[in-house]
Design a protein around this ligand. Sequence first.
Ligand code: HEC
Ligand code: HEC
Length: 500
Amino acid sequence: MQRKLIRIISLILMVVSFIAYIAKAPAFPIASENLLPWSTWFFIFALANIILWQSVVKLLSFSLMVIWFYAFAASVVPETSTATFDPNAIDRTPDTFIEIGEIIFNGKGKCNTCHTLDPSAPKSRCPDLTDIGTHAATRQPGMTAKEYLIESTYEPHKFLVPGYSNIMPPVWKPPISLSEIEIETVIAFLQSQGGEVDITEFEPPVDIGSAEAVVEELPPLLTGDVERGKKVFVEGAKCIACHAVAGVEQPTGQTLDEGVEVVAAPELTDIAGLNSLRYIEESVLLPNAQIVSGYGSVTVKTGGATIQGTLVTQDNEQITVRVKDAAGNEEERTILLSELDPEPIEELTDLTGKGYFWIQVTLADTGATISGDLVEEDDENITLQIGGEPQTISKSNVKVQATLIDFDENVIVGELIEETEDEVTLIVDGEEQIIDTFDIDEGPNYSRAFGKRLVVTSPMPNNFPLLLSVSDMSDLLAYLASLTGATDATAAEEAEATAE
Ligand code: HEC
Ligand code: HEC
């Protein structure tokens, strides 16, 4: 009787643990993957049933155990096969693509060192990719999700996610160097993040084979000495005062030379593992060319007050700036872009380069004042987004405003009609007014428009090319190129993995 009860309990437990295992229920008794996962419980009960029962149940337990064995083997195999993964031998099925794409995302592609897949992760230098499978279709008008993902991986510079800079290396180039099929699988994995997976083959926008040949023809950058370069990094240029590198001691309380403040800067332990040498070289020579998100300095005016700080995040509507108050305490302030004060613009040239994103002009032909977000600009025209509609305005059809102050401290603002050596003719409030240049204390200052802008600059000094000798610079670059994040242990692991 008692034996029968034990048999029945054992049968129930086996079925329950098998279902829990298949349904991927959290581990028991403690929710940790390593502590008795359901597969282990199932294994124990199945064994018990095989011993305790005769006949049908014995057979059932045995068959379940066989199923378990295959499932278990399949779950173990991909982990060990990451290193020996042969791109030519993969099935063109969505499941295989997603599975391999995920391995590459977290491994060879190094995507996970920059990107997160967790919306609650702290905002970092790169966009979070949660639900990118659906978001991808909304990034650029007329582009499908897949087209966007192809462009984002092959040619990431073509479209920059608002608020982020051009620091993502094209994934087919060194140091990431994914092959075409590997990129296809990563794209399938990204599509599987909230979107539809479509694995039909496509024509890559870049011919990797021939483009690589071009890269190889360039002269080698690295003729410097790594050890001497490290010395430049730590002592000569004091890069270490701002940048941490694992294993290199960071002097505390170090001050840089006059006028240069020690600021938070990206860790450089694996800079060469994530970026091309060209990018690294450019970062040192021209720090303002690409500014790592979250580290740029910004100065904006709003409500007449000037706010200066570190630009933490930015999107189409607002910015978050970290500022220090007089007592040295840091706080974050969110400012709507629409609330920035417009400034007069004298020359309507290179507006985007000067950081303008919103423009107001008065048209010469109709006298209408119009304003909107700046969409496009060339030598002759500017295009503004006005009430959801793009409108192109000729730069020659924009009124010039003059501002001047006379000796009675009157501020006179008007539309410029003519300026000669002796007098300035303006239309002020609809009336023509001629002002003698002898009566002008300040001005006239001309503006062709008003604009709101955001100018982000790098807090990193930009005079290293002048401070360092050519040989110091080449040693420094050689040292930076050696920072691939690979410690001796991981290097050995990788070597072993390739040997397998
Ligand atoms: C060095 C850091 C870095 C690495 C490594 C990197 N990315 Fe990026 N990625 C960025 C940054 C920064 C952006 C935003 C700027 C832009 O659009 O290029 C971005 C943008 C993207 C976008 C567009 C996101 C969006 O919201 O529209 C996709 C997709 C993407 N990356 C995929 C990848 C994949 C796949 C890999 C790995 C093969 C990868 N990235 C590796 C930095 C990185
Ligand atoms: C005053 C502090 C400061 C000093 C000194 C400094 N940097 Fe920087 N550096 C920064 C900041 C802040 C950034 C991020 C903003 C940007 O992209 O310019 C940065 C960015 C970089 C980057 C790009 C990092 C990335 O993750 O993409 C590299 C490479 C770099 N610095 C190298 C150097 C080297 C080499 C030196 C010494 C010759 C140096 N820096 C000195 C502050 C500093």
